[in-house]
Ligand binder design. Structure first.
Ligand code: URP
Ligand code: ZN
Ligand code: ZN
Ligand code: ZN
Length: 471
């Protein structure tokens, strides 16, 4: 039978090499990779373009309820629309356990929110906030077997923090059930202490979030998470690593043979703590408040080194979108947040700008190779989160999830061109060289030249296999 679609004339880029070839697609899968593929029902001319496996954003927050009434700016519809426009074909949001609730019920609630709404494929990481015997003994093992093969734990935030005893118990379950545990490593008590002292001195502007969430508190928690993982003999993924100090802990552990994996994010290469100053230590700085916060030029340099040398295997957005202002006063700019940085909702949007920022700052500026870009943004997340080789690879039999990339297209990041729900982007005005020009999900074009042409509901839920970290 003829191919449904052929992508012709482009340069295929994988995590390890690049070559000129056409791709033939049938029934949503790659069925042929050859020098010349003719006779397909439809052809896409990719001359001058790079043909990449679709972006996989392994760390996004969509439609999460918050305890303080702040409303997340993206639901599954707008969040996955924005992801698709940014060259992604799969996103992994979190299904967050609410304390006192059954984990299974929380997961069901996220499925209900996602059902029929998505433009990209999706799969959920779990968040364990209440590790009761019921959760650790029954619910979590059953969910891992059902394909929720990764979960996140938090070492800070009043509603989410686990103590060391709880962390160790959860790590043991991860080991027994062969799930990948992701850790938000920031020391809760140190942050609370720093916050109190800053507030006593009247230092309440958004900027002081960056001092309270000090890199030393991140370094300490990173070391503690690694030590607990060593004691329980389980691999860990340290997520959203912000700078040199926590990186050194990861490198220290790796040198000793510990199975520590690490993720970093665009805010740690494209922003610094100075952005939190806003215009003049004013509330504009709240637009950049996220945890961990962006650091300084030295940490940015360290992060680039880590992206090159394999300290980081995954580059995700940590898209966690809030409104800056909205009419209901449920955005970052709310009356309580004006009284102290500690009430500013933590998180920034970035699912649509993740790939352009890494490509432009990394590949176009010669800091990382094209192959490394593909590894960090698609192939490695697919492997580490149990989606490979169905996702993250351009090989025969894989899903035809493909992003066509124009490495020469230059454009400025502008809020008005983005598809997310937030009313701002922290990257406003950034000049970018290299943009996605077409996103293809299982053989169907979902975005072309910035226009979303898919209908919502084309994205499907993906059950995942075991992480390569545990294989
Ligand atoms: O500030 C951030 N990153 N908010 C999102 C939640 C998290 O910790 O990843
Ligand atoms: Zn986190
Ligand atoms: Zn690894
Ligand atoms: Zn996050």
């Amino acid at each position: 039978a003829p191919h449904d679609l052929a992508i012709r004339g482009g340069t295929i880029v994988t995590a390890s090499d690049r070559f000129r070839a056409d791709i033939g697609i049938r029934d949503g899968r790659i069925t042929d990779i050859a020098a010349e593929i003719t006779g397909a029902r439809e052809e896409i001319d990719a001359t001058g373009l790079m043909v990449l496996p679709g972006g996989i954003d392994a760390h996004v927050h969509l439609a999460q309820p918050t305890s303080d009434g702040t409303v997340m700016a993206d639901d599954f519809e707008s969040g996955t629309r924005s992801a698709a426009a940014g060259g992604n074909t799969t996103v992994l949001p979190f299904a967050m356990q609410v304390k006192g609730s059954s984990l299974r019920d929380c997961v069901s609630a996220y499925h209900a929110k996602a059902e029929g709404q998505c433009y990209t494929d999706v799969s959920f990481h779990l968040v364990i906030s209440d590790p009761t015997p019921q959760v650790l003994g029954q619910e979590l093992p059953a969910l891992v077997r059902d394909g929720y093969t990764s979960f996140k734990v938090f070492m800070t935030y009043d509603d989410l923090v686990l103590n060391d005893a709880e962390l160790l118990e959860v790590f043991e379950v991860a080991r027994r059930e062969r799930a990948l545990v992701m850790v938000h490593a920031e020391g809760h008590d140190a942050i609370k202490h720093m916050t109190r002292r800053l507030e006593e001195q009247g230092k309440t502007a958004p900027y002081y979030h960056a001092e309270a969430h000090h890199q030393i508190a991140e370094r300490e928690a990173t070391h503690r998470a690694i030590s607990h993982a060593q004691l329980t003999d389980v691999p860990v993924m340290i997520v959203h690593v912000s700078g040199r100090d926590p990186m050194e802990q990861i490198q220290w552990a790796r040198k000793r043979g510990m199975k520590v994996h690490a993720e970093t994010c665009p805010q740690y290469i494209a922003l610094t703590r100075d952005d939190l100053k806003g215009l003049n230590m004013d509330f504009e700085g709240a637009k950049y408040v996220c945890s961990p916060p962006p650091r300084d030029a030295d940490s940015q340099a360290a992060i680039w080194e880590g992206l090159r040398d394999g300290t980081f295997e995954v580059f995700s957005s940590d898209h966690c979108p809030f409104f800056f202002e909205n009419s209901e006063g449920t955005g970052k700019d709310n009356p309580r947040a004006r009284t102290s940085f500690k009430w500013v909702p933590n998180g920034i949007p970035g699912v649509e700008t993740r790939l352009p920022i890494l490509f432009s700052e990394g590949v176009s500026k010669g800091r990382i190779s094209l192959e490394r870009f593909v590894a960090l943004t698609s192939t490695n997340p697919a492997k580490l989160y149990g989606l490979y080789p169905q996702k993250g690879a351009l090989v025969i039999g894989a899903d035809a999830d493909i992003t066509l990339w124009d490495p020469t297209r230059t454009d400025t990041i502008r809020q008005e061109n983005l598809h997310h729900g937030s009313d701002y982007t922290p990257y406003e005005g950034m000049e970018i060289t290299g943009w996605p020009v077409r996103t293809i999900l299982r053989g169907q074009t979902i975005v072309v030249d910035g226009q979303v042409v898919a209908s919502k509901g084309q994205g499907a839920y993906q059950t995942r296999g075991t992480s390569s970290a545990l294989a």
